[in-house]
Design a protein around this ligand. Structure first.
Ligand code: NAD
Length: 531
């Protein structure tokens, strides 16, 4: 691809270039898609200073939530009008198939940005509270400068999961996308600039994670960091964030157990198992990578799954007929291949390995044969570590208790699934699984209206759902004191107008600091009057 476009970074409302650009290459052809300015720790500092200045200026946080929601809506509408262009860009940089990019990556990103805009309209930014002894207000205020560090697998969507709630809550943001896939986020920043977002409120700095990402995680003026990526880097982000006790949200790895019960609809579950494990060539944290089959169904299920696997078309992700594209990079390909070798070495059976595309135009891409292992034990590396590639490991179980024990035998806890025609039975198993999301007879159905996040080492906090803005706000209780008899009695703890007053305040149960139940006066939320 000649004449590849160049993308500067977006800092303080300006497009900022750097001396040494980075190349963004197509994972399917190896061709240059675009060049992009490569930021340094200095660029991260400048972006944080711009975000801090915008926060202090207050033109974004002091807008009414409705006004902020209108701007976020417009920010979502512009990319929606250029959907084809964004979808193509996401395919070119991430290697995802065009069908998936349209429905999931870009379609969800736009829908979720609208959802966060709507949350701003309904969120309880301010609630009056009243009890017998206290009247006051509980406010939720923006935390200040938020940093979002996002990965390459769902570049636009996972960036929106961070900047959406942060902006809806009135914060300012510095985003750091993965250097391999920064283009769709930079396009969203272009929309933001065009639709009235004040300067400095959204900044995008591209650059190495160990330099730009690490600087944002440790920066003393950043108050909150939201990260999606590997558990190892997540730990380092958490450590760096401890310097000024930042709020932290982490969306990390997974090793999703996918339990098929003996009464499952086998046709549905076979398709579901492949969908769970191989969507986006297995490069999704919520993938169902451990398939748990009952002894009674094992052989028939594996045979039918291999027959169905042979129909999966691997090839050019821009071709609408393609089911699976490449993996992101040569590094990722080598890492997955090493896991496949470890599976063979540790005694698992390589039951299926697909053929790779042989089109001449794709020979420089990063192709990996979708793979199914059987005879996998829970202690094998392929059953314990996140492979992040199209590799399904089949484990057997004899009864439900054993299935639940195997499912929970992992340091991860992001997603899980159960396939059964008996919803009550599936529900009782779902209740016992240690995972932030459990799908029954389904997979990958992330819904912005409900919380998404991990148990155990899969993360910290939740990114979606009605409480998403909690992670981006500080709560403040304002007590509106009235100089009355009760106040005077309480002050008597120090200022004794009468020796008995303080004691009396407690013993009568009327103390303003006593244990009475507060009553929430305001039932409805009206954000329109709020600045
Ligand atoms: P990663 O964790 O290295 O990178 C994710 C993001 O963090 C990128 O933007 C990266 O630039 C940034 N980063 C890297 N080092 C950093 C540091 N020290 N401080 C702050 N930010 C830093 O993930 P990866 O190398 O792209 O992939 C490695 C593995 O991570 C994958 O094989 C997979 O297991 C996992 N992963 C998980 C997800 C997920 O959605 N949970 C996404 C991508 C990768």
């Amino acid at each position: 691809m000649t004449n590849a476009p160049h993308y500067p970074m977006f800092i303080d409302g300006e497009w900022v270039d750097s001396e040494a650009p980075l190349g963004v290459y197509s994972p399917s052809t190896g061709e240059l898609v675009a060049t992009v300015a490569c930021g340094t720790a200095e660029h991260a500092n400048t972006a944080v200073a711009a975000a801090q200045a915008a926060h202090h200026r207050g033109d974004w946080q002091s807008m009414s939530p409705d006004q902020r929601a209108d701007i976020l809506d417009t920010m979502a509408t512009r990319p929606a009008a250029r959907l084809d262009e964004l979808v193509r860009l996401e395919v070119l940089e991430a290697g995802v198939t065009i069908r998936q990019a349209e429905a999931f990556h870009v379609g969800y990103a736009i829908g979720h940005l609208r959802y966060f805009a709507n949350l701003a309209r309904t969120y309880p930014f301010e609630s009056a509270v009243q009890s017998r002894a206290t009247s006051g207000v509980v406010r939720r205020e923006p935390v200040g400068v938020c940093a979002g560090i996002s990965p390459w697998n769902f570049p636009l969507l996972l960036a929106v999961w961070k900047l959406g709630p942060a902006l809806a809550a009135g914060n300012t943001v510095v985003m750091k996308p993965d250097s391999q896939t920064p283009l769709t986020l930079l396009e969203l920043a272009r929309s933001a600039a065009e639709c009235g977002l004040p300067r400095g409120v959204l900044n995008v700095v591209v650059g190495p994670g160990s330099i730009v990402g690490a600087r944002l995680a440790e920066h003393p003026d950043v108050r909150k960091v939201a990260f999606t990526g590997s558990t190892e880097v997540g730990r380092s982000v958490m450590r760096a964030a401890s310097g000024n006790v930042k709020r932290v949200t982490l969306e990390l790895g997974g090793k999703g157990p996918n339990i098929v019960l003996d009464d499952a609809n086998v046709d549905l579950a076979v398709d579901g198992a492949l969908f769970a494990g191989w969507l986006h060539a297995g490069q999704a944290c919520e993938s169902g990578t451990r398939l748990l089959l009952p002894d009674s169904l094992h052989d028939e299920f594996v045979d039918r799954m291999i027959a169905r696997a042979q129909t999966v078309r691997i090839g050019d992700p821009l071709d609408p007929a393609t089911d699976m594209g490449p993996v992101i990079s040569a590094k990722q390909q080598a890492s997955i291949e090493a896991y496949v070798e470890s599976g063979v070495r540790e005694g698992a059976t390589l039951a299926y390995e697909a053929r790779l595309p042989d089109e001449p135009g794709l020979q420089k891409g990063h192709w990996l044969a979708p793979t199914i292992f059987t005879d996998v034990r829970s202690d094998m590396t392929i059953a314990r570590e996140e492979i992040f590639g199209p590799v399904i490991s089949v484990l057997r179980y004899s009864d439900e208790d054993e299935a639940v024990a195997i499912a929970n035998d992992t340091e991860y806890g992001l997603s899980a699934g159960v396939w059964s025609t008996d919803v009550d039975r599936a529900r009782s198993i779902a209740d016992r699984l240690e995972a932030g999301t459990v799908w029954v007879n389904d997979w990958h159905m992330v819904n912005c209206r409900y919380p998404f996040g991990g148990y155990k080492q899969s993360g910290l906090g939740r990114e979606l759902g009605p409480d998403a803005l909690d992670e981006y706000t500080e709560q403040k209780f304002i007590h509106l004191g009235v100089w009355d008899k009760r106040t005077r009695r309480a002050h008597a703890m120090l200022l004794s107008t009468s020796p008995d007053d303080a004691h009396q305040a407690f013993s009568t149960g009327l103390s303003p600091i006593g244990p009475e139940e507060p009553q929430q006066l305001e039932q409805g939320i009206d954000n329109s009057a709020l600045p």
